[in-house]
Design a protein around this ligand. Structure first.
Ligand code: ADP
Ligand code: MG
Ligand code: ZN
Length: 622
């Protein structure tokens, strides 16, 4: 159980806010009721008499316990001034009245039975407040206990208003074409499910948007809502979990009940990782238990209808690696859409979308795009806004190139601190590193074709990426293919050695993969002079603190262990040497790829092959 104050949900907060407002209003009323007569000054009886004698008094009101004299002159603020004196006990006012009559002051009297409003407020209001307070607290407690507490389990999904003028469309999303195209298909299905049903096509039940923060995942989901013309239920993963045990699960249930009633429709769960984290072994914290229940309910609901109902579930996450594997199984989020960081062309397109509302003069957004490597959509929206602010600061009417320059300088500082933007030296190194991988892959006989090379940081750790696609589904790989794969892995580091002084830390992942692969070739596949034999027996896996740890049983001698290490080393050295030969022989092609990468950031297969073939014949080394 968490502390109450932390785990109150939104409706409890609303109730508390109402309560405080009521308190404030009551207090104000009370204060007014007591002070409604103007500026009053409490004086002694004799001072009051003095005022009467001085002919300053216009009117007198005698009450049960006090005498109130209204003065003739007003205060500086134009308000009436009153003198209030307590009546003297057991003395009648004949003396005072005589004096007043002598001065021609009008006299009136009032017998108070207690003024109505202050009495009501002071007696009833505390009771009303207590009742309110009890209800707020009581609601929270029953929310904690019941499986279906009053309004707590109701899903608070936002349903987007599709008719509104400023709905989001695919035109608002730029630079993430692959993701957009995949989602357009989903939209088409929802617009006309019959067409798909007629040909027996099945549309994925769950679509998971994966990408770094700020790449436009939420924006894409909103665009799907705006384009599809069906109800769109949107909820953030954190909204499921911030409450009491059982409430999140009941919200999920409620969300899907609503969705089924209104199918075809879209259910969007933003920040899925808040709910969908891997279920840990024992729930030590209540928050874990709550999240697990919520996740289980989500899985149950996703399995509980078939795709023909016409509900598409979309979700977004920037941490796919923490998601529970169960979420990614067939029939759940079985399609994953990568929302990538934009390359230079993508950035230009995004800048265009956001710059539409600016008045600009002589601005070249292409140059702006070139100066903003590593930035994502949200950063670029920021750049545009900062440029407009810079324009306003210098009292100009039109945004100019120098405003963009200033904006970039401002924002880049922060990005560099995050480690998200490379400096020029780093970019050059990454360009040659990736060019090295790509060129080796193009030059050896058995490597998978290179689909794309890029120097845009993909994720923390991997600075660039050379994406190789296997030409066909592979069950077996030959020794030659594995040797070539090793050479490709070595290509990045080798290119760095060739072009720069020393090597960098950027090749760490390559080396890990290469070492692991070489060891498997020796120990698992019998691809070494040690012969057709396996070394070590997989010992299965053991559950330790929630994660499965696999270990190997060692079934060979110390001497064999040394031989294994030697053979692994030989394979790696050979791969390194092959990479050196290839890159040394094709240095012009290597430099051409790297230079092109520095400009374009991403090269697709066709462009890459054209570039390489223009610089000498492909030497397919064995
Ligand atoms: P995410 O959900 O991936 O973290 P958002 O969708 O919330 O990112 O993006 C935040 C803002 O950044 C958007 O509202 C939009 O203004 C801008 N933005 C992000 N990506 C793009 C894009 N691809 N095209 C246009 N604008 C974008
Ligand atoms: Mg988001
Ligand atoms: Zn590499």
């Amino acid at each position: 159980m968490q502390a109450l104050s932390l785990s109150m949900n939104r409706s409890a907060w609303v109730r508390l806010a109402l309560f405080l407002v009521a308190l404030g209003v009551a207090g104000a009323l009370w204060f007014r009721a007591l002070n409604s007569q103007g500026d009053s000054l409490t004086v002694s009886y004799s001072e009051l008499l003095a005022a009467v004698d001085g002919a300053r008094v216009a009117e007198v009101l005698v009450e049960n316990e006090r005498v109130v004299a209204k003065l003739k002159e007003k205060s500086a603020a134009g308000r009436e001034q009153l003198l209030v004196a307590s009546r003297l006990p057991n003395i009648d006012e004949r003396e005072l009245i005589t004096r007043l009559e002598a001065k021609g002051v009008s006299i009136s009297g009032r017998i108070e039975r207690g003024s109505f409003w202050p009495a009501v407020l002071s007696s009833i209001l505390p009771i009303v407040m207590l009742v309110l307070l009890f209800r707020a607290v009581g609601g929270m407690i029953s929310g904690a206990r019941g499986a279906r507490p009053m309004s707590f389990g109701k899903s608070q999904a936002k349903i987007f208003d599709r008719s509104s003028e400023n709905r989001t469309t695919f035109l608002d999303v730029a630079g993430v074409d692959e993701a957009r195209n995949e989602l357009i298909e989903v939209v088409n299905y929802l617009k006309d499910p019959e067409k798909y049903r007629a040909v027996g096509a099945r549309v994925p039940k769950g679509v998971l948007l994966v990408g770094a923060p700020g790449t436009g995942k939420t924006l894409l989901a909103r665009a799907v809502a705006g384009e599809s013309g069906v109800p769109f239920f949107s909820m953030s993963g954190s909204e499921f979990v911030e409450m009491f045990v059982g409430v999140g699960a009941s919200r999920v249930r409620d969300l899907f009940t609503q969705a089924k009633e209104r199918a075809p429709c879209i259910v969007f769960i933003d920040e899925l990782d808040a709910v969908g984290k891997t279920r840990a072994g024992g729930g030590v914290f209540a928050a874990n238990e709550e999240r697990e229940q919520t996740l289980n309910q989500l899985l149950v609901e996703m399995d509980g209808f078939d795709a023909s109902v016409g509900i598409v579930i979309m979700a977004a996450t920037n941490r796919p690696e923490v998601l529970d594997k169960a979420l990614l199984r067939a029939g759940r989020f079985d399609r994953q859409v990568l929302v990538d960081r934009p390359d230079v062309r993508g950035r230009e397109a995004i800048l265009r979308v956001h710059a539409k509302r600016l008045v600009m003069q002589d601005v070249d957004l292409k140059v702006v795009a070139q100066r903003t490597p590593g930035m994502v959509g949200a950063d670029l929206a920021n750049v545009v806004n900062e440029a407009a602010l810079a324009t306003a600061r210098r009292d100009a009417k039109k945004v100019e190139q120098r405003d963009f320059e200033e904006a970039i300088d401002r924002l880049q500082l922060g990005l560099r601190k995050d480690g998200r933007v490379m400096n020029d030296a780093e970019r050059r190194r990454v360009a040659w590193h990736e060019a090295g991988h790509a060129l080796v892959a193009l030059s050896v006989k058995h490597a998978d074709p290179v689909h794309r090379v890029t120097i845009i940081p993909r994720s923390i750790g991997a600075l660039g990426a050379t994406l190789q696609l296997p030409t066909e589904d592979r069950y077996l790989m030959t020794e030659d293919e594995l040797r070539d794969a090793l050479a490709v892995l070595m290509g990045g580091r080798t290119a760095e050695e060739l072009v720069f002084e020393g090597v960098s830390t950027g090749a760490q992942n390559d080396l890990e993969r290469a070492s692991e692969l070489a060891r498997q070739m020796v120990c698992r596949f019998g691809m070494s002079p040690l012969g057709p034999q396996t070394f070590g027996r997989p010992g299965g896996s053991q559950f330790l603190g929630g994660g499965a740890v696999s270990f190997e049983e060692r079934n060979f001698s110390e001497a064999t262990a040394q031989s294994i290490d030697q053979e692994v080393r030989r394979l790696l050295d050979a791969a390194h040497q092959r990479a050196q030969e290839v890159l040394g022989a094709r240095r012009t092609a290597l430099d051409a790829i790297a230079s092109e990468l520095l400009v374009k950031e991403t090269l697709e297969r066709d462009a890459l092959e054209a570039l390489v073939n223009a610089r000498g014949p492909g030497l397919k080394t064995a």
